[in-house]
Design a protein around this ligand. Sequence first.
Ligand code: GLA
Length: 326
Amino acid sequence: MAPDLSVHVRVPGRINLIGDHTDYTGGLVLPTVVDLHTEITGEFTDGDVWRLDSESHGLAVIELDPDRALNVEAHWARYPAGVLSELLRRGIPIRGFTGKVSTNIPIGGGLSSSAALEVATARVVLAHAVSTPTDLTNLELARMCQHAEHIATGVPCGIMDQLSILAGRRGAATLIDCSSFQIDYVDLPDDIAFEHRFIAARQLVGSEYSVRVAQCEEIEAMIGPLRLASLSDVDRIRSEVLRRRARHVVTENDRVRAFADAVSAALPAEAGRLMTESHRSLAEDYETSNTAMDSAVESALSEPGVLGARMTGGGFGGCIVVMKRR
Ligand code: GLA
């Protein structure tokens, strides 16, 4: 009988409950998976290209050559192309493939549609890999997908999106220490909902995301690792702008821990308060929010049953996350 070369993968998006702009300085993040997915369905072939047909963005043909994969014309396909190129460089043999990509994760919505596409691509490859390297842990895969995103977009994103999608579990938030990569799960209570509300599509390419990453490097050159810094270290920074950026990161890391503790101790009102405080810190100190997101947060907070609200993810548009009683 001919081997079954068909494959179907389904990968969720993620929403970050608290801990934004902390991952690229080795801080803490607390995302969870959302009930929105990217799917790839298709068949392996004897060819030497991947033909991926996106429901919304059309057909892309990717060459299975680490140096040429990124020459793909369709812009959306740079993400899978980046992953294929990374896996090939890693020495993993990849067969030809013809398949369809579909998603209900809003593109540019801050729910990691790009990371979901990267992880889905890797999962397709590994579904039929002739030999799967045993050292390909979630962390290794996340690093490869993160690097794929760097080469596909030029944006120096952190590891949160890829790792939270790979390691995420339904009904729990994933507490990731982005320095030691220790992962702890925080069960989410059934009587609380974390709702995402889409505000406006945005791209991190061309946004100030890279500027923030560079500012953090500048800060760390002055006061050492931000993940270990205290507020008195922050006070030593002369530049007013950099002092605010640093204050966000230092206080946000503390809030992640406090939020995880509050959720575990069944103190939802305290957890909600921390979420809203996180939004204010991102808006005022880190300046990654915008007027539309600020008003959406303020208006959510006036609704009955809402305990907290904040922008989520990279910012400059995308989604807010609202914590409310069910
Ligand atoms: C984007 C990046 C992540 C992270 C968030 C902000 O989603 O891809 O690595 O930095 O922004 O927390």
